[in-house]
Design a protein around this ligand. Structure first.
Ligand code: FAD
Length: 659
């Protein structure tokens, strides 16, 4: 057995974005020794890229706002598929989390009378997003990091060691969650296996509680706003540890990504551009969103340009512009315009602020966008429109967690928060609801992980040497030195076949997911995607890398492929199964929303080994098992927040009549 260093901590947080840092702060405040591990540099996470703001019903700009309105908007945005208890906790606790950030030093933009300013965003009835220009995530992460440092300074005063109770391991990747076999078949978490990206050194952190806060999965798609780290690691780690994932068919395609030049295709154009007055036009100059307001939203959106424009100054007497519909609606509309031949020269549509605001206002309110377009596309957004189109942005699906405690169902000691957790956003997330989600549930995950770990103090779970050996062997396999995992029946034959380049496998995976399980889906294409995924799994097994373990990105990608393939299969399998269109899942062959499907979650788990049957013969059986689970009925007092006429659009007759 190779020597692998072991360290003991109470709680391990995997991920140092907003959810991870908020969880770490909470666990440390509970007095527990907390380790934070992140794949990239400390401070580099999607959270830092968030532009628009944090949704919280503080009512600073419109006093009509409160948690009930926020809850309603979130449920409508998610088309009522949200875990309603999560949506409730989120709406109730978000304001407190924002105020808390302010006490920790966050400097939000202000209203003229000195309160935290709030801006409009799609699907939010009132101006609700607390922001710092279009660099909100940067301020959020800066504040949380500053809080971590201040806690470390407290620890230094007490113990002489800054890292006595909170330590960050940056540029380290977790490849496995370790578990101790339980006496009654219920294994409990015992730690994580990781490698240092720079040196390739392996190490193990032993801990009774692990919080997954690893963010999204966008790198499985070709056109995406996500950066290199987002390979669905936390989703896959949870599956491999025995947890389940829900809502994986719901992937958010943000309507406005850059479409040109090709090297930057997919980079996000923040929704604040539309929140602050930007409009979408097609190649004929038409403001086309008025043609795409679905029936369920008709009463809430303007019917004419005059009314829409009037809303910015007088929201009480005008309805909101259709450019501010939830993201799924806008993305589909742009897709349809391009398909109908009314797109921009580079296959998008036009997003214009130049005719809507002064150059000075644009530079003040949207400084990053101004900079981004000038530097990357040589476009001056104060003088000309941007070209934009849909880009894979966010995954609504994730680890199946208990709503209150963030504990992963079925795996004692495992917790998940932020984008890697499922349920909160239902079938579609509203902009701004992620930053608030990760603060609310990051805190809860840290709190309950600490409580759980404290309960294990007398009998901490152990990590067996054999587990470490197996994890190390799997990690070394791309170098051609480790044995194949036991579940790979064909590995022996595969070894004799030609080696695969991990970059080529990744590219083909991204293309398959983009083209076959993208924004508009069809049965035949998704079936084809499952076939392609089966082939790609075989190829990924043969992925080989050269060189050594010191900073070797090809090796890192070869390891990430396992995760992307698992997660992609969840998306494809669940999307094929759900025969309706809802939120971030649009079926060309089933274009309507079906009230019967509202009650259903599709639950993905790792399939038992050696699956048989027709699918297995075609190679399509894959590694994921899918089952349908009924959602618990929405609590009565929460249902009463909606008009009955609205509920009829979503709920079945049985649900409407039951007490
Ligand atoms: P992240 O911030 O994504 O952090 C994940 C962490 O996990 C990172 O530290 C990463 O290194 C680490 N990690 C991943 N895998 C591993 C592994 N195997 N081992 C160790 N560490 C690992 N939402 C809003 O609400 N408002 C906005 O304005 C907004 N704008 C956005 C703009 C952009 C460009 C993007 C991409 C997203 C935006 N979002 C926005 C969405 C939001 O930023 C993300 O959903 C959110 O930040 C996710 O936070 P998180 O803490 O869950 O994970």
């Amino acid at each position: 057995m190779a020597h692998v260093e072991r360290q003991q901590w109470d709680v391990v947080i995997v991920g140092a974005g907003g959810a991870g840092l908020r969880a770490a702060i909470e666990a440390r405040e509970q007095g527990l020794r907390t380790a934070v591990i992140c794949k990239s540099l400390f401070g580099k996470a999607h959270t830092v890229m968030a532009e628009g703001g944090i949704a919280a019903s503080m009512g600073n700009v419109n006093e009509g706002d409160n948690w009930q309105v926020h809850f309603r908007d979130t449920m409508r945005g998610g088309k009522f598929l949200n875990q309603w208890r999560m949506a409730e906790l989120h709406a109730r606790e978000a304001p407190e989390r924002v105020w808390e950030l302010e006490t920790w030093g966050a400097l939000f933009d202000r209203t003229p009378d000195g309160r935290i300013s709030q801006r409009n965003f799609g699907g939010h009835e009132y101006p609700r997003l607390a922001h710092v220009g279009d660099r909100t995530g940067l301020e959020l992460i800066r504040t949380l990091q500053q809080k971590v440092v201040s806690l470390q300074q407290e620890d230094f005063k007490e113990s002489g060691d800054y890292e006595a109770r909170i330590k960050v391991f940056q540029e380290c990747t977790v490849t496995q969650i370790l578990k101790e076999p339980g006496s009654e078949g219920e294994d409990r978490v015992s730690g994580v296996f990781c490698y240092e990206r720079e040196s390739g050194r392996f190490f193990v952190i032993e801990a009774p509680a692990v919080v997954l806060a690893t963010g999204g999965i966008g790198k499985s798609f070709k056109v995406t706003s996500n950066s290199w780290e987002y390979t669905g690691d936390g989703h896959a780690l949870a599956l491999l540890a025995g947890a389940s994932l829900i809502n994986m068919e719901f992937v958010q395609f943000h309507p406005t990504g850059m479409v040109w030049p090709p090297s930057v295709k997919g980079i996000l154009v923040t929704e604040s551009v539309r929140g602050d007055g930007g409009v979408l036009r097609n190649s004929e100059g038409k403001r086309f969103m008025f043609d795409y307001v679905p029936d369920v939203f008709k009463e809430k959106y303007a019917e004419s340009e005059q009314e829409a424009d009037g809303w910015y100054e007088d929201p009480d007497n005008n309805r909101r512009p259709p450019e501010l519909l939830p993201r799924d609606e806008v993305a589909r509309a742009i897709n349809a315009e391009v398909k109908a031949g009314r797109g921009s020269p580079h296959g998008g549509v036009f997003l214009d602020v130049s005719t809507r605001m002064s150059a000075e206002t644009i530079k003040r309110r949207l400084p990053s966008m101004h900079h981004q377009f000038r530097e990357l596309a040589d476009v001056d957004i104060t003088a000309e429109p941007m070209e934009v189109g849909p880009t894979c942005h966010y995954v609504m699906g994730g680890v199946d967690v208990d709503s209150d405690t963030a504990a992963a169902r079925g795996v004692p000691g495992l917790f998940a928060a932020g984008e890697v957790a499922g349920g909160m956003h239902g079938s579609n997330r509203l902009g701004g609801n992620s930053l608030s989600d990760l603060l609310v549930f990051g805190r809860r995950a840290g709190l309950y992980a600490a409580e759980y770990a404290r309960g294990c103090a007398r009998e901490r779970p152990r990590v067996a040497d054999e587990q470490i050996d197996t994890a190390a062997a799997e990690a070394l396999r791309p170098f051609g030195v480790g044995p194949a995992p036991a579940d790979e029946e064909t590995a022996g034959e595969a070894a004799e076949e030609s080696a695969e380049n991990p970059y080529a496998v990744h590219q083909d995976l991204q293309r398959a997911m983009n083209d076959l399980v993208g924004i508009i889906r069809r049965e035949e294409e998704m079936s084809e995607a499952l076939d392609r995924l089966a082939e790609l799994r075989e190829r990924a097994r043969r992925a080989k890398v050269e060189g050594h373990r010191q900073f070797n990105p090809g090796w890192h990608l070869a390891l990430d492929l396992r995760n992307m393939l698992l997660v992609s299969e969840c998306v494809a399998r669940a999307a094929l199964n759900r025969t309706e269109s809802r939120g971030g899942h649009t079926r060309d062959d089933h274009p309507e929303m079906d009230r019967e499907w509202r009650r259903a979650n599709l639950v993905c788990t790792l399939a038992a080994e050696g699956a048989s049957g027709a699918e297995a013969e075609t190679g399509r059986a894959g590694r994921i098992a899918l089952r349908r689970r009924e959602m618990p009925p929405i609590r009565k007092d929460l249902l009463e927040l909606f008009e009955k006429e609205e509920l009829i659009k979503y709920l079945t007759d049985e649900e409407l009549t039951s007490e």
